[in-house]
Design a protein around this ligand. Sequence first.
Ligand code: NAD
Length: 249
Amino acid sequence: MININEIEKAAEKIRKAKYGIAFTGAGISVESGIPPFRGENGLWNKYDPIFLEIEYFRKKPLQSWKKIKEIFYDNLIKAEPNKAHIVLAKMCKRELIESVITQNIDNLHQKAGSKYVYELHGTYKQLVCTECSSEYDISFADLNFLPPTCYICKGILKPDMVFFNEPIPLFAKNRSFAEAKKCDLFLIIGTDAEVFPANSIPIAAKETGATIIEINIKESHFTNTITDIFLKGKATEVMTKLGELLYLD
Ligand code: NAD
């Protein structure tokens, strides 16, 4: 059950903010049919996460690719933005939110129309050659033949998403911290952000003095530590109500 009073309070903060930022995780895309990693219906209840470890990928690219294709590519290519992505894109268009920092690799913020998106964990949409670093849009790859290989050097292509034990892309990381240190409003949607350094970005915003608004179906470790307004509920329900209160339609 969503709390209208709290959503009204949040809408007022968003309206008055000078520089608002959004920070999203797997939870915003659950209602687009993409399961999160953790939790009741999380991927790690069904699969061994080893296939996303970079050392495993290097040693056994075919085995890793088979799982990656089944879990990500067969679904993500068909996934569409839901109401939460769409309302957020409208907030961006109206400059209520200046940029979106996401841990997601699903490209749904861009598909919904958000312009400035910093992808902390990369994207499924691009493949990169493990030998010569050539980059390819996914539309150029034929995933019926695994592992996909580079047209130039025949090296194995890897999804341009951050595997376990790989560093975060420097540009996205630096931009995200710069945005967090600049903002006066920080909207967290659907994330436990248990991994470093993603989990320290909301803290950087809090230390700057930003108001932290959090949307989640359950409390996260931010809720009782840095969150000022907690909006309990599904991302689509809460964002739809926020969109109405901000006259975004
Ligand atoms: P997570 O799986 O650890 O947690 C998901 C969070 O979303 C939880 O806090 C959960 O309570 C919340 N949630 C679930 N359903 C929700 C809903 N309908 N509305 C609002 N909140 C909801 O995910 P995470 O914290 O984002 O981080 C783990 C990693 O998962 C990230 O690195 C990310 O790359 C990766 N991931 C991304 C995708 C994607 O691109 N869509 C999917 C799975 C995992």
